[in-house]
Design a protein around this ligand. Structure first.
Ligand code: F3S
Length: 66
């Protein structure tokens, strides 16, 4: 599973990096960025789903990989 942030939708609410700092960081202007390549480590799936559910702009997508 990977997480992605759509920069066109992100408005910098910061819920993602508050709730799941292992998966998301912020850029210089407070917009969310995925950490590294966005791959969700084992056990971090609940944090990823929490961030997705709490982004007011629905800017975070989960990508299920085969
Ligand atoms: Fe952006 Fe949503 Fe995070 S608006 S900073 S992706 S909570």
């Amino acid at each position: 599973m990977k997480v992605q942030i759509d920069p066109g939708r992100c408005q910098g609410h910061g819920r993602c990096y508050d709730l799941a700092p292992s998966l998301f960081g912020e850029d210089d202007e407070g917009y969310g960025q995925v950490v590294g390549d966005g791959v969700v480590p084992p056990g971090e799936e609940p944090a990823a789903r929490l961030a997705v559910a709490n982004c007011p702009e629905r800017a975070i997508d989960l990508v299920e990989e085969a």
